[in-house]
Design a protein around this ligand. Structure first.
Ligand code: GDP
Ligand code: MG
Length: 339
């Protein structure tokens, strides 16, 4: 009797347990992503269809009147409050400007991120009329050392690797930030601390595919050339390049390897017309205005020696090979931080 009762109780318990398990599975929603997430995703897909007519994008001499969107891109290894202050002084309508930054994912990068965010937030949380259209901050480990001094950065041996990584950061920034309505891309290095407030209007008015300003440093009263990457090629340089391995790069601004290229930095005339234009074969990125179409067509910053050129100088070559025209403004100055 006792044995019979025991097995009956065990059987009943088992039955109840099975029943509870069955009811649990019947009413508990599955945690598998396919069931739980799909309906939501489907709904979001329907809402996120955006159609852009790329033929409507203009990049013209009347950028402001035509409400052309400008993307300002700055890889940023150091945050200079002067850069930000200068950026805020630009007169182009902010609702037509998107900002894009790429920072290293290092300890330095964390500090830059904090300073940059604070600066961005103070504007983007302010009056709507004063906000930028959008601000995109990308964080990426480029393996670059952002703690290098001006002298260390410019050592010839470190240039190939450094500029290759910088090119890679620029391309990542460009591909992530370029929008379907962007008309112009203004490359503005994060250590450019002074430009005319009308920089965007001034540079777009020429309606050039690629246009670079002349970058100097202020040393007391003196104006000193800074960026030697904007140049016209020379026969000597072409000859030198023709004898180089395809993996070598022909750098500018090194006494031990004179190229006799015509450097825009040396053609600055203080009393000259600011609107003077010159054709160039190489450009720097300190303040470089590019029609978005040039990038969309495939001109990027080569991370490898391209015709023995790399990064911004390689970009100028690539744009030229794509039949775009590259120009510089020798008498139109922007200023680099003086380390
Ligand atoms: N994201 C990122 N940007 C960098 C790094 N190193 C330099 N940059 C930025 O790239 C631009 C050009 O670099 P910079 O060191 O100023 O070159 P230089 O003035 O020609 O010596 C500047 O805007 C820098 O802040 C890096 O490690 N990571
Ligand atoms: Mg610099």
């Amino acid at each position: 009797m006792r044995a019979y009762n025991k097995s009956r109780i065990v059987g009943q318990l088992l039955f109840v347990a099975l029943g509870i398990t069955f009811i649990y599975y019947l009413f508990t929603p599955s945690v598998s992503h396919s069931n739980a997430v799909k309906p939501k995703a489907r709904k979001a897909d329907i809402n996120s269809i955006n159609v852009y007519d790329m033929n409507e994008i203009t990049a013209s001499a009347n950028a402001r009147e035509n409400k052309e969107e400008v993307l300002i891109l700055s890889p940023i290894a150091r945050f200079y409050p002067e850069y930000w202050k200068n950026l805020l002084k630009l007169s182009y309508p902010r609702n037509l400007i998107t900002l894009g930054f790429i920072l290293p994912s290092t300890r330095d990068g964390t500090k830059i991120h904090r300073d940059l965010r604070a600066a961005v937030q103070s504007v983007q949380k302010g009056p709507i009329s004063e906000r930028f259209a959008d601000v995109k901050i990308m964080i990426q480990d480029t393996g670059l050392s952002s703690g290098q001094s001006e002298k260390q950065r410019h050592e010839r041996e470190v240039q190939k690797e450094r500029r290759s990584k910088l090119a890679s950061a620029r391309n990542a920034l460009l591909f992530s930030a370029l929008g379907p309505k962007t008309s112009w891309v203004l490359w503005l290095d994060s250590d450019i601390i002074e430009t005319p407030p009308t920089l965007i209007e001034d540079m777009t008015q020429f309606n050039k595919d690629v246009l670079v300003a002349n970058c100097f440093q202020r040393k007391g009263e003196k104006l000193v050339p800074y960026d030697y990457n904007s140049w016209i090629d020379s026969n000597v340089a072409k000859e030198l390049a023709s004898k180089m391995s395809k993996d070598d790069i022909l750098l500018e601004g090194y006494i031990e390897l004179p190229t006799y290229r015509t450097l825009m930095a040396h053609l600055h005339d203080e009393n000259g017309d600011q609107k003077t234009l010159m054709r160039l074969d190489g450009v720097g990125t300190t303040a470089l205005m590019v029609k978005a179409e040039v990038h969309r067509d495939g001109a990027v910053f080569p991370t490898f020696p391209f015709y023995n050129l790399i990064e911004s100088e390689g970009f100028a070559k690539m744009a030229t090979r794509l039949n775009y025209e590259v120009f510089g403004l020798p008498n139109y100055l922007v200023f680099h931080y003086n380390e």
